[in-house]
Ligand binder design. Structure first.
Ligand code: DC
Length: 223
């Protein structure tokens, strides 16, 4: 069933590396709500496909994998069949494949109900590309979080370097622009702001300022 009456939902959609994940987790923490990282479900499907050597153009086989994912999110980590796959999911190769399989209708359908199952009291912060447009269209607060490509590439570069992973800024920028293009131009559930979304540009904002801005919008609609 699709109903924001079970519990309220704040949707936070936006392009890759816009800070959605961090902002969503912090907003959920402040409100004491659950968080849904919907991109992780696409990444998990991609990871399982690679590991099981499933043909990554076989849409039905990929949808079957998506339906069967034995996944659990706890303690800020993602667990697949009891294995902590948080790091494995962040691999560039997995991200690129996730973006590809996210264009397949059977995969999106398989993941739709799974995403809605995350809705529980007291509330849910849902992070993704189509949370406000497709998955939770009746959400009372929809945020469309953007940042210019250069700032996003720089953030991603900093994250990788801090983790001791070597990275090249211009490669990251090119990859991010290619992924933006695929996410915004695909036929199904493309990345776009819902008509009733509030667009927030975080290029010049800190994480804390962005979180406070989302919380202020939430507080404003409570009054
Ligand atoms: O947010 P992310 O980078 O972890 O997402 C990985 C890919 O999954 C992204 O390129 C597009 C896809 N995705 C999607 O199509 N719909 C969502 N709600 C979330 C992610």
């Amino acid at each position: 069933m699709l109903s924001s009456s079970i519990a309220p939902v704040i949707t936070i959609d936006g392009p890759t590396a816009s800070g959605k994940g961090t902002v969503s987790s912090l907003v959920a923490e402040q409100l004491g709500w659950t968080v849904l990282d919907s991109g992780a479900l696409y990444r998990l499907t991609a990871l399982v496909a690679v590991r099981a050597e499933v043909d990554t153009t076989n849409q039905q086989a990929l949808a079957a994998l998506a339906r069967q994912l034995n996944v659990c999110f706890k303690q800020g980590a993602c667990w697949l069949d009891g294995e902590n796959v948080t790091e494995a999911l962040r691999a560039e190769r997995v991200g690129v494949l996730a973006s590809q399989i996210a264009t397949y209708e059977p995969v999106r359908t398989a993941l739709l109900a799974r995403q809605r199952d995350f809705l529980q009291a007291p509330g849910l912060v849902a992070d993704g590309r189509d949370m406000g447009t497709v998955v939770f269209p009746t959400a009372p607060l929809k945020i469309y979080l953007v940042a210019d490509a250069q700032s996003r590439a720089q953030r991603r570069y900093k994250q990788l370097i801090e983790k001791g992973i070597s990275a090249n800024l211009s490669d990251l920028l090119a990859d991010l622009q290619a992924r933006d293009l695929r996410d915004t131009t695909r036929a199904l559930a493309p990345l776009k702001a819902a008509d009733d979304a509030i667009t927030l540009d975080s290029s010049a904002l800190s994480i804390e300022e962005t979180v406070n801005c989302v919380l202020a919008h939430w507080a404003a609609i409570q009054n």
